[in-house]
Write a protein that binds this ligand. Structure first.
Ligand code: UDP
Length: 220
């Protein structure tokens, strides 16, 4: 957690300094984690979030929030052309199978006929975005003039429970795996769904790849 906080904050500062020196356009890859465990649904960019400042995820969440504050400051004070994107749970081919996130875990477990480890009762939700949809949004955002200093959510609006995700994985991949229920980590956000009105209005962007298509590509 300490390295995460340092690389996220000082790392972002280094990039913003370089951008100021070289007059470069910057994409800040922020995260839905800046909303913490959100109290409003769906989350729009104007929502200031509900991060537990002493929680298990705090060093990540708070340093990402600081990186956004730095982006705004460099934009205001040094005229840096920085565009911030809040990325919601993204997945796709070439994720590290052992990176610990839910889709690499479930897909790897299904491929190896191991139990699918649902945390808690699986009623918590996420909105999963296929990587190609995300990258298409990045390109549109970065190639369009006049979006200096903006922030947009990018993610799928299709909110599903983790149990539904497990069932979709079982329907998509041929496997003998079965669902098993294990302990839920502390401070695990309950619900998450982006309001993408802004990305739709500013970029004309919408996600196109369904979860089952994306999961099949990922498993392959
Ligand atoms: N999760 C799960 N089983 C796993 C890994 C994760 O049920 O093997 C759950 C986790 O508790 C969370 C959701 O899946 O509710 C998404 O977790 P992930 O770490 O992928 O992303 P994040 O919590 O950062 O959105």
């Amino acid at each position: 957690p300490i390295e995460i906080a340092m690389s996220t904050s000082f790392g972002t500062k280094n990039v913003l300094e370089l951008a100021a020196e070289t007059d470069s356009r910057v994409l800040l890859a922020s995260t839905s984690e800046v909303y913490g465990d959100p109290e409003i649904h769906p989350q729009r960019e104007s929502y200031n979030g509900n991060v537990n400042i002493r929680g298990l995820r705090a060093s990540y969440d708070e340093s990402k929030r600081l990186s956004e504050a730095l982006a705004v400051a460099y934009h205001r004070n040094h005229d840096v052309d920085v565009r911030t994107v809040r990325i919601f749970n993204t997945y796709g081919p070439r994720m590290r199978p052992d990176d610990g996130r839910v889709i690499p875990n479930f897909v790897t477990q299904a491929i190896n006929d191991q139990p699918i480890t649902v945390h808690g009762d699986g009623s918590q939700t996420r909105s999963f975005t296929y990587v190609d949809d995300l990258i298409r949004a990045f390109r549109m955002y970065m190639l369009k003039d006049g979006l200096n200093g903006e922030v947009i959510n990018v993610g799928s609006q299709k909110e599903i429970t983790i149990l539904e995700l497990a069932e979709t994985v079982l329907d998509t991949i041929e496997t003998d795996s079965q669902i098993t229920y294990v302990g839920r980590p502390e401070d695990d956000p309950e619900r998450r769904q982006p309001d993408i009105t802004r990305a739709q209005e500013l970029l004309g962007w919408n996600p196109e790849i369904s979860l089952s298509e994306g999961l099949a590509e990922t498993a392959e």
